[in-house]
Design a protein around this ligand. Structure first.
Ligand code: HGY
Ligand code: MN
Ligand code: MN
Length: 419
């Protein structure tokens, strides 16, 4: 690790590893939003924020925020952060690296009081939660957490709104989560792709974050005896789902190769009922994750998926009891001024960078609707993420934190004009 960086890379690394310990032991690394384990992680994080001299609170949207006031209230707030929740059997760096790097930046600023207020934020439920929604806290902060979304429920029937309140939010005062004082938001994140590592580039400057649509389709057939029911008399919801999933994959692959920007789609959730080997599935629930740099392309794709899934259901003698667009975000551009600032900061510290789009969703996509926002990617081994093998080198995290710190110092000198 370079020993000339103005951040404590060992302290940063130790914190990332310490947070990683707070995982479901049977399924490392898992700290699902709203879970007891997630709250253990939050309690640990709140202590670390307080030890760094920050004033700690949870806002109405359930975001954990550590704040250091600035000397000039007219300069607004520089916000740094990411998320501490994980996917099931996820990694130790997705989100967490950004929260701890933000903390390290504040700790490494020492006691000189910046003119801007500085905040370290752990956004609530960035990953798709058990309630079917992702980026819950950053939606609340940016005004995109609709009242209808608070009614989404988990498998136990708990409403998202009640869950947000349960972890310290205050959905009756959700408007208080809204912010208009953010001069700049910077999020460090692992790339979750292979571009930086394969190009031996130190850091990525994110140009835009793809739009993400999540579509739920429930196929309704008839549960029947798997041994005695003739094939011609079956209403197999599983087959309708499987044919639709195959169609989505083929269509998305064709679009991905068509030169119309980043386009991907998959079925990340597939559940059968009654889910027994010797019963023809009477019900199948599929949730599709569709991502595009070009939002119009995603819209056409979703319309086609609606039509084609109805055709395939009918051809399989199965009904579609529900087609729901759980979420649909438009692509978010990162602020060019902040991107340039990150580029200058990296260059000043001797790190190489390249611009690249993000195929992963991030809280910055929502914060960018209310404030100039930019993202800094650090390489992760083999591009692997959302899996226990996820790995980032200590040097890379230290490099990212040092560049983030340099950007904060430069912001201090020349805050970009608010867009
Ligand atoms: O799904 C995503 O793109 C992000 O990792 N939540
Ligand atoms: Mn993720
Ligand atoms: Mn993430």
């Amino acid at each position: 690790m370079r020993n000339d960086l103005p951040v404590d890379g060992d302290r940063l690394w130790a914190d990332v590893m310490a947070l990683a310990e707070l995982t479901d032991p049977a399924q490392p690394y898992t700290r699902r939003s709203f879970s007891p384990r997630f709250l253990d992680g939050r309690a640990w994080l709140a202590r670390r924020l307080a030890e760094a001299g920050l004033k700690v609170r949870i806002d109405a949207g359930g975001n954990l925020i550590g704040r250091r006031e600035g000397s000039d209230p007219t300069r607004g707030t520089i916000m740094l952060g990411s998320h501490s929740d994980t996917v099931p059997s996820g990694g130790r760096f997705d989100g967490i690296a950004g929260v701890i790097a933000a903390l390290e930046v504040v700790r490494s600023l020492g006691n000189d009081k910046p003119r801007h207020a500085i905040e370290v934020v752990d956004f609530l439920a960035e990953e798709p939660s058990e309630y079917g929604l992702s980026c819950v806290g950053s939606r609340a902060m940016s005004g995109y957490l609709d009242p209808g979304m608070l009614e989404y429920t988990n498998a136990d029937g708990e409403k998202l709104g009640d869950a947000i309140d349960r972890v310290g939010g205050a959905t009756r005062d959700l408007a208080q989560a809204r912010r208009s004082d953010i001069a700049a938001f910077l999020e460090l994140h692992i790339e979750q792709g292979i571009v930086l590592e394969s190009g031996n580039i130190d850091l990525g400057l994110v140009t835009a974050i793809v739009g993400i649509a999540r579509l739920e389709i429930i196929f309704k057939g008839a549960a029947d005896h798997a041994g005695t029911t003739p094939m011609t008399l079956r209403h197999d919801a599983g087959v309708a789902a499987a044919r639709t999933i195959a169609l989505v994959s083929d269509s998305a692959s064709a679009l991905a190769a068509s030169g119309q920007g980043h386009f991907v789609a998959t079925a990340g959730v597939l559940t059968f009922e009654p889910n027994a080997a010797n019963v023809v599935p009477g019900r199948a629930r599929v949730v599709f994750d569709i991502r595009a740099e070009d939002h119009a392309l995603a819209t056409v794709f979703i319309d086609e998926l609606d039509r084609e899934s109805a055709r395939l259901a009918a051809a399989t003698h199965v009904g579609r009891s529900r087609v729901a667009l759980l979420s649909n975000t438009t692509p978010a551009a990162c602020d060019p001024g902040l991107r340039a600032l990150l580029a200058q900061s990296a260059e000043a510290l001797g790190f190489s960078t390249i611009p690249l789009a993000s195929g992963a969703g991030h809280d910055a996509a929502f914060v960018s609707r209310i404030a100039p926002s930019a993202m800094l990617f650090v390489p992760c081994r083999g591009g692997k993420s959302h899996a226990p093998e996820e790995w980032a080198e200590p040097d890379a995290l230290a490099a990212g934190a040092a560049v983030l710190r340099e950007a904060v110092l430069r912001l201090e000198m020349t805050a970009p004009e608010r867009g």
